[in-house]
Design a protein around this ligand. Structure first.
Ligand code: ASP
Ligand code: MG
Length: 298
């Protein structure tokens, strides 16, 4: 079983979602697809949090534009028999969850700082919740998962880290039906605090890490990171037009490039898959026939 992660621009438009569908349909089932929010939507959700705190209600206009963007994507990609249901899901999360959260921020000037953080973490999780509803609806045999049900974090200094033990136990239970086949779809990025149950996340860009965690816990044969570049490059192609794709690298080399700021993969992604020797492919959703980069211990 492969874990295939699609992020940002790969889930940004009808065109890219149709590419995703073609790519996934070529895989034997079961397959596990991990998705990020629609390109740019996470930034928008956070910007709207700022606006709401300033009592700037125009954030609700941005929310309506985002609603339209999701509905347009549904009309373009979701199988007809599922469309009504997915449209309703999007509206429900916007009207019954996002709007009340933004209104609470905008109308409660005395909200304590930790409460504001809690609300904004809950808000930002909707990027992946909405995009995954659309992606699941693209496949006749789509099987929805909710990463809030099994990804568990614990506080670590000022941040959070994954609780591998608890997450492992919950993931194995949640994915017990994997062997039956189907296109399984999960949200990257989002999690819950182990103790409080509050919605948390794995940090900006964290969907790659979610995919690596699931690949590791479910013993995937490979992890594929589908993005909008042909792979790791020898240099930044914007400043070095002669840069070429690196066809193969070791986990250590990939880790080094990520730590040095290569934006291709979120740095924490490498370690878990390296431990289990799971090969990682970096591939381009917009140029799927390009060979990409493979990360393995040669
Ligand atoms: N949507 C989240 C972000 O923009 C997670 C991700 O894209 O990997 O940071
Ligand atoms: Mg993103």
């Amino acid at each position: 079983m492969k874990v295939m992660k699609f992020g940002g621009t790969s889930v940004g438009s009808v065109e890219s979602l149709l590419n995703l569908k073609n790519i996934v349909n070529q895989e034997p089932e079961p397959v596990l697809v991990v998705v990020s929010a629609m390109g740019g939507f996470t930034n928008q959700l956070l910007a709207m949090c700022e606006q709401a705190q300033q009592r700037d209600i125009s954030c609700l206009d941005t929310l309506e534009a985002a609603r339209k963007r999701h509905h347009d994507a549904i009309d373009g990609v979701v199988v007809e028999s599922m469309r009504g249901q997915v449209h309703a899901t999007i509206d429900r999360f916007i009207d019954e969850s996002l709007k009340p959260y933004y209104l609470a921020l905008a109308t409660n000037p005395h909200m304590p700082v930790d409460e504001i953080e809690r609300v904004c973490d809950a808000i930002v999780a909707h990027g992946e919740i909405l995009s995954s509803a659309i992606v699941t609806g693209m496949f006749e045999n789509g099987v929805p998962h909710l990463s809030l049900n099994y990804m568990r974090t614990v506080p670590d200094g000022h941040g959070r880290i994954l609780d591998w033990e608890e997450t492992g136990r919950l993931v194995k239970a949640d994915y017990a039906s994997l062997a039956d086949g189907g296109v399984h779809v999960a949200q990257g990025f989002i999690s819950r605090d182990k103790q409080s149950g509050d919605v948390t996340n794995l940090g900006r860009g964290g969907s790659d890490y979610t995919a690596a965690i699931l690949a590791t816990l479910l013993d995937a044969e490979a992890l594929e990171i589908w993005t909008d570049v042909d792979g790791f490059m020898t240099a930044d192609p914007r400043t070095h037009p002669d840069a070429t794709v690196i066809p193969q690298m070791t986990y250590a080399q990939a880790q080094e490039m990520c730590d040095a700021g290569a934006k291709v993969i979120y740095p924490p992604t490498i370690a878990p898959v390296a431990m289990k020797n799971i090969p990682v492919w970096v591939k381009n959703t917009f140029n799927p026939s390009a060979p990409g980069t493979i990360i393995v211990n040669s």
